[in-house]
Design a protein around this ligand. Structure first.
Ligand SMILES: N[C@@H](CCC(=O)N[C@@H](CS)C(=O)NCC(=O)O)C(=O)O
Length: 299
């Protein structure tokens, strides 16, 4: 078989140059914030509130995980999990402020500072934050049973590895890319449907991801795949991916959506949707009743 030339590999007409250069205006939805270099772009000190835990986040699926975990911990009686949640507007580039980069050198939300330790402890990567909080609070939402514990880890790491295909792959090319590329949409729709089927088959025999016990694996997976199953992600992608056909994912999604801590957690640092469900900053349990955007605008 003849060797492929670069032109054969890129029939859409793009022939990569020898060395890649940054096209700042590539037309993508996030062209204004995406950069090929790390580090801060500006000096900005992060605010610190009165509670031991300081969350710097936004209610994207990765951000929502931590709001839910903290609300679940408080609901379970762990008063040490009181927290201040500060809004990081990633569309405005807040993740590149010097204070935020000190907490997360990867410039992505969510990021957490624990001020209850002798030296403040920084925690970044949502999976690491869930594990940090679970172990800080005596193994909360981390099953003790050997098999269930292993299953929790399996599915927690499954989520961390799988969701980039959903968000960065399917979501990006279906909803955000400046042009529809059939190859890319097909490639990632196929993978996301495979992932939904993986979940559906598992949830056919298991109430929760780790079995009978609700765990940090559910807390990690629900904001991504539950949101998708509810048709709340990437425009009309629910119909496109036929999410209703994944019956067991639908059952699990609906059950978790009813948890009071989940209802509260998904409001934290939310800047889209119903005003009554947007709590831009959270500093006190009463904020869910008193400080949502509808109340703030009324006042
Ligand atoms: N693996 C990371 C992913 C975090 C992530 O991708 N966060 C996005 C929002 S969902 C972000 O901050 N994006 C801003 C940017 O890329 O500049 C985690 O789980 O914490």
């Amino acid at each position: 078989m003849a060797e492929k030339s670069p032109a054969d590999s890129f029939p859409a007409g793009y022939e990569p140059p020898k060395v890649w250069t940054w096209d700042k205006d590539n037309g993508g939805a996030f062209a204004n914030i995406n950069r090929p270099i790390a580090g801060p772009t500006h000096e900005k000190v992060l605010p610190v509130g009165k509670h031991p835990l300081q969350l710097y986040s936004l209610a994207t699926p990765n951000g929502v995980k931590v709001g839910i975990m903290l609300e679940e911990l408080l609901a379970a009686g762990h008063t040490g999990a009181e927290y201040d949640a500060w809004l990081i507007k990633i569309g405005d580039g807040d993740q590149f402020g010097s204070g935020f980069v000190d907490v997360n050198p990867n410039s992505k939300i969510p990021a957490l500072m624990d001020h209850s330790t002798p030296e403040p402890t920084r925690v970044f990567e949502s999976g690491a934050i869930l594990l940090y909080l679970a172990s800080k609070f005596g193994g909360a939402f981390l099953p003790k049973d050997h098999k269930a514990h292993a299953e929790t880890m399996n599915w927690l790491f499954w989520q961390m590895a799988s969701a980039p295909y959903l968000g960065g792959g399917f979501g990006h090319f279906y909803a955000y890319a400046p042009m529809n590329i059939k190859y890319a949409i097909d490639r990632f729709a196929m993978e996301v449907k495979r992932q939904l089927d993986v979940l559906d088959r598992h949830l056919a025999d298991n109430q929760y991801m780790a079995g009978r016990e609700y765990s940090i694996a559910d807390i990690a997976i629900w904001p991504w795949y539950g949101n998708l199953a509810q048709g709340k992600q990437y425009g009309d992608s629910g119909a496109f991916l036929d999410v209703q056909s994944y019956k067991h994912v639908q059952r699990w999604t609906a059950e978790i959506a009813e948890r009071p801590a989940v209802k509260r957690g998904r409001m934290v640092n939310r800047v889209q949707g119903e005003l009554s469900e947007q709590l831009h900053e959270r500093h006190d349990a009463s904020d869910f009743d008193l400080k949502t955007q509808d109340k703030i605008i009324q006042a």
